[in-house]
Design a binder for this molecule. Structure first.
Ligand code: NAI
Length: 360
């Protein structure tokens, strides 16, 4: 798999990169990747809701992951990459990655191939979803292209392996700038860089130095730092003391799931991967093999990811309608999927959201 090389053209390009929403040009074709496990069920739910919102989109359906491997003999068919490069925007279901064996993560591959360097996960409490905290409002910004996810692993000798953590000034600066630009545009008050620079003095030290340098350009936004273990403890005891979190790839992966747990779990938290030339929108959760094909998955996470996508392609009104539909269903508490303590199926939850949008 060939890596697309992207030249670092410096500050102005970085600043532009946080310019969410993205391209606006009317009707858009979107690459639709149903994904594996519960993917097709929740992605179909999202398409139904998007169509009910009135947004005019065309879908270019493409297989990836285990589904593509079965059909075409490769988890990343050329047609998929061509479609992503053509449309620049995808709505994607989760893709299976085997633990400790098999092909490398297709998610990691796609993010690197398309240089989708910024992973954004807004984590908000919902009225009607009962959790220990009521007013969680966290934005997790995760660097998406390097760190231990570079996939450089080798056996040094039998019984001894090395995994290389790669941190570069360029990637650290541009993710920090993304976080601060996001904070500025969305009137957020603080950015907290989460790190382990007390142990990884060089790599996390470089990440922090870059974050500090970028922070100096945004004097109105308070900049803080916290060691990742202490940050986890504070997140589960006092999450409302955080605002925007800025993390390297691995810490971001772990901490964003922790944050999802604060507001009702993986079924309700959306996500997006942004780059200079495009974006992939997907839920935080995986393929949920334990409930795949049973019409039990909560479609809200991918539906809210779709709302982020609609904003990106220039349909903010439709995005707002979808969010209000989701909030109204959750608030009423009458239609809840099993992960939220109810008995509703994926289809019942989807139908309830569409009804709520029509009545809005
Ligand atoms: P998972 O997120 O698939 O499941 C963890 C638990 O959460 C399971 O009990 C599952 O039933 C539940 N869950 C997840 N999403 C749900 C939803 N929408 N509604 C209701 N319950 C839900 O994580 P797991 O089991 O660690 O990973 C399974 C597979 O997914 C692996 O192959 C992994 O690599 C892949 N994965 C893919 C991701 C992606 O494509 N972005 C992200 C995370 C994992």
């Amino acid at each position: 798999m060939k890596r697309t090389e992207v030249k670092d053209t410096g500050k102005s390009r970085d600043a532009k990169s946080a310019g969410i929403p993205g391209p606006r040009n009317g009707t858009r074709t979107i690459t639709l990747i149903p994904g594996d496990g519960i993917g097709p069920e929740v992605v179909n739910a999202a398409v139904e809701v998007i169509e009910a919102s009135g947004a005019k989109l065309e879908w270019d359906r493409q297989l990836a992951g285990a589904a593509a491997l079965k059909r075409f003999g490769t988890p990343v068919p050329d047609d998929l990459l061509a479609s992503l490069k053509r449309t620049g925007v995808a709505l994607k279901g989760p893709l299976e990655t085997r633990v400790g064996e098999g092909y490398r993560s297709i998610n990691v591959y796609l993010r690197r191939e398309l240089d989708l360097y910024a992973n954004l996960r807004p984590t908000l409490s919902f009225p009607g979803v009962h959790t220990p905290f009521r007013n969680v409002d966290l934005i997790v910004v995760r660097e998406n292209t390097e760190d231990l996810y570079s996939g450089i692993e080798h056996q040094v000798a039998p019984g001894v392996v090395e995994s290389i953590k790669v941190i570069t000034a360029r990637a650290s600066r541009r993710i920090a700038r993304f976080a601060f630009e996001y904070a500025k545009r969305n009137r957020r008050k603080s950015v907290t860089a989460v790190h382990k620079a007390n142990i990884m003095k060089l790599s996390d030290g470089l990440f922090l130095r870059c974050a500090r340098a970028v922070a100096r350009e945004y004097p109105k936004i308070s900049y803080r730092e916290q060691i990742v273990d202490a940050a986890c403890m504070r997140l589960v005891t006092d999450p409302c003391s955080f605002d925007v979190l800025l993390l390297e790839n691995l810490y971001g992966d772990i901490v964003s799931d922790l944050c999802a747990g604060l507001v009702g779990g993986l079924g309700v938290v959306p996500g997006a991967n942004y780059g200079e030339r495009g974006a992939i929108f997907e839920a935080v959760h995986g393929t949920a093999p334990d409930i795949a094909g049973m019409n039990l998955a909560n479609p809200i996470a991918i539906i809210l990811s779709s709302a982020m996508m609609l904003e990106y392609v220039g349909y903010p009104r439709q995005a707002g309608l979808i969010r209000r539909g989701v909030q109204s269903v959750l608030k009423s508490g009458r239609t809840m999927t099993r992960d939220l303590g109810g008995k509703a199926t994926t289809s019942e939850m989807t139908a309830a959201i569409v009804r709520a949008m029509r009545n809005a």
